[in-house]
Design a binder for this molecule. Structure first.
Ligand code: 13P
Length: 266
């Protein structure tokens, strides 16, 4: 089952429009057109419009970091997926920052996932447990609830397109501290795919792309990408540095090329 490698840059609340444009320019100089890798940039809402006119579409696609589930109405301060539909291919939904700082519930995230799909935008659904939940042995239950609720209003056909990022909250932005071990990650990813297979069939589960996110950098990206069932990475801090992010893309490309031509590397 071949799923295209996906590398997503989540710039979070960093970079103004000018800085974002400069970073795209720098990345464009360093990153080639890769047929086996899809590179997605998620800048702030403000930068989406200008970047949509600047990016080389053979190299990059755009993602929102979030949006509101209603298509329009008196929701001061919000932007809808309907407004984004011609600008972005993807939207991150349910990032732990949204769940933790903005108290987003499982049901709100479900409605956002449904709204993205309704507007032709592919959700990058983030799931993952806190440190306390992990220590209490609740990881599977948390992932189960987050995945099943978020997808519950979609058809099996819709779900084939969805991207799910496993981002354990305890491993986000902890470069010097705790990071997810490949074994933790493998177990969690296997469980997510198993859940989808149970609910929607193996055929659907085989199509869904699963990413890992949490302190990924240019040194360890490949170790994550090599894990069975992992289709890509969701990168925060390291995606703000063009040397680091382009090195992550290069290591994914090297891995894919070695897989395509194993004999050349004997
Ligand atoms: P860091 O790579 O900074 O840990 O961020 C991960 C993340 O939250 C991506 O969405």
């Amino acid at each position: 089952m071949s799923r295209k490698t996906l590398i997503v840059a989540n710039w979070k609340m960093h970079l103004n429009v000018h800085e974002a444009s400069l970073l795209v320019h720098r990345l464009s100089e360093r990153i080639k057109v890769h047929r086996s890798i899809e590179i997605v940039l998620a800048p702030s809402m403000l930068s989406l419009q200008p970047l949509s006119q600047e990016i080389d579409r053979r190299k990059f696609r755009l993602s929102a970091q979030d949006a509101y589930f209603q298509d329009e109405g008196p929701y001061t301060g919000e932007v809808s997926f309907t407004m984004l539909r011609d600008l972005v291919h993807y939207s991150i939904i349910g990032h732990s920052a949204r769940r933790v700082y903005f108290n987003e519930s499982l049901e709100l995230i479900r409605d956002k996932v449904q709204a993205a799909v309704r507007n032709g935008i592919v959700p990058i659904l983030c799931v993952g447990e806190t440190k306390e939940e992990r220590l209490a042995g609740e990881t599977k239950q948390i992932i189960h609830d987050q995945v099943t609720t978020a997808l519950s209003n979609l058809t099996a056909e819709d779900i084939e397109q969805v991207v799910i990022a496993y981002e354990p909250i305890w491993a986000i932005s902890t470069f010097e501290g705790e990071v997810a071990k490949p074994d933790d990650m493998k177990k969690a990813m296997k469980y997510i795919r198993f859940q989808i297979a149970e609910l929607y069939g193996q055929h659907v589960a085989d199509k869904v792309r699963l990413l890992y996110g949490g302190s990924v950098n240019e040194h360890d990206a490949r170790a994550y990408l090599e894990i069975e069932g992992c289709d890509g990475v969701l990168v925060g801090a390291a995606s703000l540095n063009y040397h680091q992010f382009s090195a992550i893309v290069a290591s994914a490309e090297r891995m894919n090329s070695e897989r395509r031509n194993p004999s050349r590397n004997d």
